[in-house]
Design a protein around this ligand. Structure first.
Ligand SMILES: [Zn+2]
Length: 459
C-alpha cells in the first residue's frame, strides 16, 4: 500500500461520512459532527486485555421528578378511573340495550295500534254506508207518511161524501114517505099501517108494489141516491185499501229502519270499543315513551359521568406525566462495554495521521469483541433502536434532562423504541455494522442537542 492510496481512501471516506452523517442526524437538533467511521484495527494494537470490571449499577444516576410512590399512586388512580369508566360504559350499554328493548315494544305497540286504526277506518266507512241507508229509509218513511196523511184526508173526504149521499137519500126517502102519506091520508088504514111499519125502504117498496106506478119517479130517484151512496162507499173503501197498502209499506220501512238502527248501534258499539283499544295503546305507548325519556336521562347522566371520568383521567395522566418526567440524577454512567476499557478512538478533534485534516470524533470507541454485551449507561427510555448505513445497528436512550446516549455498530439489538431501560440493562451486542472497520462500541453522549464529551459522565 502506498501513502497516496491511503490518503485518497481516507479523503473519500471522510467526505462520504460527513455527508451521510449530516443526513443521518438531521432529525437531531444542533448536530453537525460525523457519526463514526473506524479503523480501530489498524495500528492500535495496545490490546484489549484490560478487563477491569467497571464499577456501576449501585449508583442511582437517573430518576424522575416525582417519588416512585407518588407515581405508583397516580398510576393506581388512573387504573381506578379507567375501571370506573369501564363500569360507567357498561351501565350505559345496559341502559342503551334496555332503551332499545322499550323502543322495540313501542314499535310493536305502534304496529298493533295502526292495525286497529286501519280497522276503525273500515268500520267508519261501513258506518257511513249504514247511516246513508238509514237516511234513505227515513226519507222513504217521511214520504210514505205524507202519502198516508194524504190518504187519510182523502178518506175523510170520501166519508163526508158518503155521509152526504146517505143524508140526501134519507131526505128523499122522507120526502117520498111524506108524499105517500099525503096521497093516502084518507085511504085505508091498513096501507097507512104498512107504510108506518115498513122496516126498510126495500120492504116498504115491496109492500107498496101496488103504488109503484105512482111512485116510479120517486123510486128511480131513490135508486139513484142509493147508487150514489154505494159509489161513495166504494170510493171510500178503495181509499181505505190504498191507505192499508201504504201502512203496510210503512211497517216494512219501519222494520228496515229498526234493522238499520240496530246495525248502526252495533257498529257504534264496535267502533267505541276499538277506539277504547286505541286509547289503551296510546296510553301504553305514552308510558313507554316516558320510560324512553327516563332512559335518555339516565344515559345522559352516564355520559356526563363518563366525561367527568375522562376529564379526571386526563388530569391524572397529566399529573403522571409531570411526576414521571425524567430527570437525570447526575450520577456516573455505567460503563457500556463491561470489561473492555481500551479506547481505540477517543472523543474530540484530532488531526488524522494520514489525511492531515482535522476531524471531530463525537464519541469514544471502545474496542470489544463481537457479541460482547452493550449496557444502558443510565435509566431511560429507548427513543431509537434501528439501522443506518453509517451507524449500523444503533440505539439511542433518553435519560431526561436532555441527555441522550448513543450506541453504534451493534451486531444485534436487544431493545426497541419506547422501551424503558434501567442502568446496566443489556440493550444489544457489540459488532461492526455500518461504517466500521472492526468490532467496537461507539458510545456518544448528547446534551441539549449537541454531542458532548462522554468522559464527563463516565469518570
Ligand atoms: Zn467512533
Amino acid at each position: 500500500m502506498t501513502g497516496l492510496f491511503r490518503k485518497t481512501k481516507y479523503g473519500i471516506i471522510f467526505v462520504l461520512c460527513l455527508f451521510l452523517c449530516m443526513a443521518q442526524f438531521s432529525f437531531l437538533p444542533g448536530t453537525v459532527a460525523y457519526a463514526d467511521e473506524d479503523e480501530n484495527d489498524d495500528g492500535n494494537e495496545e490490546d484489549s486485555g484490560d478487563n477491569k470490571e467497571e464499577d456501576k449499577n449501585e449508583e442511582n444516576n437517573s430518576g424522575t421528578s416525582g417519588s416512585s410512590s407518588e407515581i405508583e399512586d397516580i398510576k393506581r388512580q388512573i387504573e381506578e378511573s379507567k375501571e370506573a369508566k369501564e363500569k360507567a360504559n357498561e351501565t350505559k350499554q345496559q341502559l342503551a340495550s334496555g332503551m332499545a328493548d322499550v323502543q322495540q315494544v313501542i314499535g310493536s305497540l305502534e304496529t298493533e295500534k295502526n292495525n286497529v286504526v286501519t280497522y276503525v277506518a273500515t268500520l267508519d266507512a261501513a258506518m257511513e254506508q249504514i247511516q246513508d241507508d238509514l237516511d234513505a229509509i227515513n226519507v222513504s218513511i217521511s214520504e210514505n207518511e205524507v202519502q198516508i196523511e194524504d190518504a187519510r184526508r182523502a178518506i175523510e173526504k170520501a166519508e163526508a161524501a158518503l155521509d152526504e149521499a146517505e143524508r140526501v137519500r134519507q131526505e128523499e126517502y122522507e120526502n117520498i114517505k111524506d108524499q105517500v102519506k099525503f096521497m093516502y091520508l084518507a085511504g085505508r088504514s091498513t096501507f097507512l099501517e104498512i107504510l108506518v111499519t115498513a122496516e126498510s125502504v126495500s120492504d116498504l117498496l115491496n109492500r107498496t108494489h101496488y103504488i109503484s106506478k105512482i111512485m116510479d119517479y120517486d123510486r128511480e130517484k131513490l135508486n139513484e141516491y142509493a147508487e150514489a151512496v154505494r159509489e161513495a162507499d166504494e170510493a171510500r173503501q178503495f181509499l181505505e185499501e190504498n191507505k192499508a197498502i201504504l201502512e203496510e209499506k210503512q211497517a216494512a220501512l219501519e222494520e228496515k229502519q229498526a234493522e238499520a238502527e240496530g246495525k248502526r248501534d252495533d257498529m257504534s258499539t264496535l267502533i267505541s270499543a276499538k277506539e277504547a283499544e286505541i286509547g289503551q295503546y296510546n296510553a301504553e305507548i305514552g308510558s313507554k315513551e316516558e320510560q324512553i325519556k327516563e332512559y335518555e336521562q339516565m344515559i345522559a347522566q352516564q355520559d356526563a359521568e363518563i366525561a367527568a371520568i375522562e376529564q379526571a383521567i386526563k388530569q391524572q395522566q397529566a399529573a403522571l406525566a409531570e411526576a414521571s418526567r425524567r430527570v437525570y440524577g447526575g450520577g456516573k454512567f455505567v460503563w457500556p462495554a463491561p470489561g473492555y476499557t481500551r479506547i481505540s478512538d477517543d472523543f474530540g478533534m484530532r488531526i488524522h495521521p494520514t489525511l492531515g485534516v482535522q476531524m471531530m470524533h463525537n464519541g469514544i470507541d471502545m474496542a470489544a469483541p463481537t457479541g460482547s454485551p452493550i449496557l444502558a449507561a443510565a435509566d431511560g427510555t429507548v427513543i431509537a433502536a434501528s439501522y443506518s448505513g453509517t451507524m449500523g445497528n444503533y440505539i439511542m436512550i433518553d435519560h431526561g434532562s436532555d441527555i441522550i446516549t448513543v450506541y453504534m455498530h451493534a451486531s444485534s439489538l436487544g431493545v426497541s423504541a419506547g422501551q424503558e431501560v434501567s442502568a446496566g440493562d443489556r440493550i444489544g451486542s457489540v459488532g461492526s455494522t455500518g461504517r466500521s472497520t472492526g468490532p467496537h462500541l461507539h458510545f456518544g453522549v448528547r446534551k441539549d442537542g449537541s454531542y458532548v464529551n462522554p468522559w464527563s459522565y463516565l469518570k
